[in-house]
Unconditional design. Structure first.
Length: 269
């Protein structure tokens, strides 16, 4: 198993965002998933880039029958926090296995027993080549990829600097990191195209975060990362970021700030 490759507070970020992810995922695609799964055998679900297992915690109680989840995650510290007691929708048991996997290197054989492949908040962190390999491994199975950023943020109230920070953040998401050219907001389109080249039907649906006063802690944490990435990409924004941040945090503290952060879910197969 590898040692942790992520910042020490990354697990806290995953915990903080888990309720927003759960609220955002497409109920329509969930209904489609249920219709496509076999009813006469225990379900086997492979979850790619599982983190601490939030997808399993959300989806397993919404699917019937005995289930076996295989969580693929290369970060050992996150896997150590995964699992927990899960029960299917009809009260059947759910077992969880963990694998220290580099999901960008998975092959079709690694997923051969899957009735469903899932991932959440993953695709935008991949390159075009990695998406091609991932789609090739998944193409023989129903595949649900949830909560991929698409590059749109809407603030209420609006601010004249919103568009500049959004553009800078999106450019940062498309950066080249360690020789890897990340797709960021282009990842959904690239994934849909990769499945369709293989003759696989794909449906996409919006899955936006809707952040208001009840999500103030998540809004503040997300805003900090969003602005830091924007300034890293465009250092000239450093001269205006502090005042912008203070305005936004003051609005959030007063219960006046609302943010819609767009994502997309896709179901292939």
């Amino acid at each position: 198993m590898t040692t942790s490759l992520l910042p020490p507070d990354f697990a806290d970020w995953l915990r903080l965002r888990e309720p927003a992810d759960a609220a955002a995922r497409s109920a329509e695609l969930l209904d489609e998933v249920r219709r496509r799964l076999p009813a006469d055998r225990p379900l086997v679900v492979h979850d790619l880039g599982s983190g601490t297992g939030s997808m399993a915690r959300w989806l397993a109680p919404r699917l019937p029958g005995p289930q076996r989840w295989v969580l693929h995650e290369r970060d050992a510290d996150l896997l150590a926090r995964a699992a927990g007691d899960l029960v299917a929708a009809d009260g059947s048991p759910v077992t969880v296995l963990t694998r220290g996997s580099d999901i960008t290197r998975l092959r079709a054989a690694d997923l051969a027993d899957a009735h469903l492949v899932t991932a959440s908040a993953l695709l935008d962190m991949l390159t075009a080549e990695e998406i091609e390999r991932t789609v090739a491994a998944c193409a023989g199975h129903p595949t649900l990829f949830a909560i991929t950023v698409v590059g749109r943020v809407r603030f209420t109230p609006a601010d004249p600097l919103d568009a500049e920070f959004e553009a800078a953040f999106n450019a940062h998401q498309r950066r080249t990191d360690g020789g890897r050219a990340l797709l960021g907001p282009d990842a959904v389109d690239a994934t849909v195209a990769a499945f369709r080249r293989r003759g696989v039907e794909v449906r996409t649906r919006p899955s936006p975060w809707r952040l208001g006063p009840e999500q103030a802690a998540l809004t503040a944490a997300w805003l900090a990362g969003w602005l830091d990435a924007a300034v890293e990409e465009r250092p000239e924004l450093a001269g205006v970021v502090d005042a912008y941040r203070e305005r936004r945090l003051a609005q959030a503290a007063a219960g006046r700030l609302r943010v819609v952060l767009d994502h997309a879910d896709l179901l292939a197969g």
